[in-house]
Design a protein around this ligand. Structure first.
Ligand code: ZN
Length: 85
């Protein structure tokens, strides 16, 4: 019987969010709530806010694209349905 040296289970300890006093507080680009900015390129208070903003932007882009496609489709359908005189 072989015994394997299994690595110890990884302990992931989340840093406590309560100890943020020295960090600069900036308004979240998503919800506007002030949060501790730990990196200069951080603009959102949480990954959820970042995702929400990203998806909102994507949804807007998609909506605009859908509108254009819908217009083209309508033109195409009208061309197809229009009996040639
Ligand atoms: Zn936020």
């Amino acid at each position: 019987m072989h015994e394997r040296n299994l690595p110890p289970p990884p302990e992931q300890r989340l840093e406590s969010v309560l100890t943020v006093s020295s960090d600069s507080l900036v308004p979240c680009a998503g919800c506007g709530k002030p949060f501790a900015q730990r990196r200069p390129n951080h603009r959102y208070c949480s990954p959820a806010c970042r995702m929400a903003a990203f998806q909102a932007k994507q949804g807007k882009d998609r909506a605009e694209r859908d509108a254009k496609v819908r217009l083209k489709l309508r033109e195409a359908i009208e061309l197809l349905e229009d009996p040639t005189p």
